[in-house]
Ligand binder design. Structure first.
Ligand SMILES: [Ca+2]
Length: 109
């Protein structure tokens, strides 16, 4: 499963170009630009499976920091401020990581 099986390469390119500068990443804008906000829960779950690199069932902080690299290997890592804000937005139960239901809610938020 490649991320481009679900999202268009053109949308990914636009979304990545919108957040090239450090601390310019906005998860809501990114999910919208990349087309994820309009996907079905099942498609969002498949994307979650790609982001969960170690297949632990959760997106941990280290995986979140490398979030953009799942869309393009040339993309930058998120800054620690961006990573913490992203995690805080998604981690509604406060366990320090993002589960699939949390991710689905965050994408649709
Ligand atoms: Ca994981």
């Amino acid at each position: 499963m490649a991320i481009t099986d679900i999202l268009s390469a053109k949308d990914i390119e636009s979304a990545l170009s919108s957040c090239q500068a450090d601390d310019s990443f906005n998860y809501k804008a990114f999910f919208s630009m990349v087309g994820l906000s309009s996907k079905t829960p099942d498609q969002i779950k498949k994307v979650f499976g790609i982001l969960d690199q170690d297949k632990s069932g959760f997106i941990e902080e280290e995986e979140l920091q490398l979030f953009l690299k799942n869309f393009s290997s040339n993309a930058r890592a998120l800054t620690s401020a961006e990573t913490k804000a992203f995690l805080a937005a998604g981690d509604t139960d406060g366990d320090g990581k993002i589960g699939v239901e949390e991710f689905q809610s965050l994408v649709k938020a």
